[in-house]
Write a protein that binds this ligand. Structure first.
Ligand code: NG1
Ligand code: ZN
Length: 533
């Protein structure tokens, strides 16, 4: 049974402030780092119980607020296969986090244990890590108290990237099985990715050095480590590496800055030369955006949609060259924020599905394809290979040397790609493989299709809960009448598209608009925002 005295003693050290209300949202719990102490303790307890629920399989906990400002922090749970927490437990997390007192918390726990039929005699194992935020260390200590309260075995993965933590969870839980994912250490991760990368680029001329904007975050250390393993197969030039300087994290740099401002980080002015490629990670290294300067020195961005197009086309070619085009179908998953140019390009070649914002929606939809390529426009994404597809790769007998080469490349891609979650490091290597194979420059990659000019604006409203959507968040059903006004506006613009949805991570409503020409996209966005306001 639960050791109530121990739980009470430890819970009393992490009391919930009465005026706060927490919500496990699309990005877990996320708010000011200074107010998360009680949440961390309770998440520790919940993670420990979830592990028992899975017969002692390891559950992951990642302490990060990703691309948010440095003073924010957050926490997410990772399920045994390295995936995001199952939706029903998001509610349990929210309920536990909001219990007003220690007694109420213990009562909630007892109800949970009973309703979910958790066998408390089972072992409990949790692996946890954090990004470089200054509030991280204290929050991890609170989390550890939560694990102690349930008697869970904790493994501290230290300061690491979100995708490495996901990798570790999957690697630990598949150790010694036929689905072994890799060695369960950061070193194992680096070895797995770099080995696959080297095989994939063997014989190709080395590409130009790549500038990597590390967002002054945890990507800094991951980039330094992978460089050791890559040797001279790919030269990385890291920038924005001040991971321990106060105030630097995500500040005027990183993937979110580049995507939302559609600008080069000021720190790279004069560094990035015309024709050269660069990329930006976000604060926890699960998102990546590429860019280059054209010959006139203009900044050009290659976002998640461009990555999806590049990667999907490459995989389709390999499947064909391996002689598997009748057995394996590649599909794409996007959200409403995908550029209309990308959707048009992709949908004329492959099945494309649009789902609601949030990685878990994309991930689950991608699981329905043999090979599912999913990317959010903001640079979070990966590629999933179904179990049947992996089996075909293992058993297919190629009948020509070309088929054999194609098949080997596909197998190496399954090793290079972090299939648990979007991963800036793995996605970067994937992009570099494709560019090396196609001998593409940034401009050639960019010319696959033309992005429609677009604008994303935030609108602060008194109550964002009145905004309800349908059709993968592309249309409003409430407030009544608003959607038809948006439609009336949108029709007046060439290639006009606009939609409104409440943010799942901030207290704002987001307005997105695109049109054939820049001034029209901006005008449409501001006029729709005017309707919402
Ligand atoms: P919200 O705040 O619900 O729009 C944002 C991003 C998502 C996703 C989540 C989780 C945009 C427009 N939205 O969601 O794509 O990444 O954060 O971090 O970029
Ligand atoms: Zn992130």
């Amino acid at each position: 049974s639960l050791s109530i005295d121990l739980i009470r003693k430890l819970a009393d050290r992490h009391p919930k402030a009465s005026h706060l209300r927490f919500q496990y949202g699309t990005a877990g719990f996320r708010t000011l780092g200074s107010i998360l102490d009680s949440v961390m303790f309770r998440v520790g307890v919940l993670a420990a119980l979830r592990s028992k629920r899975f017969d002692g399989k390891t559950i992951g906990v990642m302490v990060t607020a990703s691309h948010n400002p440095e003073h924010d922090n957050g926490v997410k749970l990772v399920d045994p296969r390295g995936e995001m927490l199952e939706a029903s437990w998001e509610n349990h997390a929210t309920v536990l986090a909001n219990a007003p007192t220690t007694d109420a918390f213990i009562e909630c726990l007892e109800i949970l244990v009973k309703n979910l039929r958790i066998d408390l005699s089972k072992p409990s194992r949790v692996v946890y890590g954090r990004d470089t935020r200054p509030t991280g260390a204290a929050l991890v200590a609170s989390l550890e108290d939560g694990l102690r309260a349930i008697g869970a075995e904790g493994r501290n993965a230290g300061i690491t990237t979100t995708p490495i933590l996901h990798y570790l969870v999957r690697a630990i839980n598949t150790k010694g099985t036929k689905d072994e994912y890799g060695e369960d250490s950061e070193e194992g991760y680096m070895k797995k990715l770099s080995t696959a990368f080297k095989k994939l680029v063997a014989g190709k001329p080395a590409s130009e050095p790549l500038i990597v904007d590390c967002a002054n975050g945890v990507g800094t250390q991951a980039v330094a480590e992978i460089s050791q393993y890559l040797g001279d197969t790919l030269q990385l030039l890291p920038y924005n590496t001040a991971a321990s300087s106060t105030g630097a994290l995500n500040n005027a740099c990183g993937a979110d800055f580049v995507k939302t401002t559609q600008k080069l980080p000021p720190s790279l002015h004069g560094v990035l030369k015309p024709g050269q490629r660069g990329c930006s990670f976000d604060g926890d290294a699960d998102r990546i955006i590429y860019f280059y300067l054209d010959e006139r020195g203009h900044f050009c961005m290659l976002d998640g949609d461009k990555i999806a197009a590049l990667v999907a086309a490459f995989i389709v070619e390999l499947v064909k060259s391996a002689g598997l085009e009748n057995k394996i179908k590649v599909g794409i998953v996007q959200t409403a924020y995908a550029n209309g140019g990308s959707t048009k390009y992709l949908a004329s070649r492959l099945p494309v599905k649009c789902v609601a914002t949030g990685v878990k929606h994309l991930h689950h939809a991608a699981e329905h394809y043999d090979v599912g390529v999913y990317f959010e426009a903001n640079g979070h994404g990966t590629v999933l290979f179904s179990p049947d597809t992996l089996h075909i790769f293992q058993t297919h007998q190629p009948s020509t040397p070309a088929q054999s080469t194609g098949l080997n490349h596909l197998i190496n891609l399954t090793q290079l790609i972090n299939q648990t979650v979007g991963d800036a490091l793995s996605d970067m290597l994937l992009v570099e493989v494709v560019l090396a194979h196609k001998s593409y420059s940034g401009a050639e990659w960019d010319s696959l299709y033309v992005d429609l000019p677009n604008r994303l604006v935030k609108v602060v409203v008194p109550d964002r809960s009145i905004f309800k959507t349908e059709d993968a968040e592309r249309r409003l059903v409430s407030p009544p009448g608003l959607q038809s006004k948006i439609d009336d506006l949108r029709r007046r613009y060439e290639a006009g598209r606009a939609f409104v949805r409440p943010s799942g991570t901030e207290d704002v409503v987001r307005v997105y608009a695109e049109a054939q020409f820049r001034p029209q996209a901006d005008e449409l966005a501001y006029r729709v925002a005017g309707l919402v306001y």
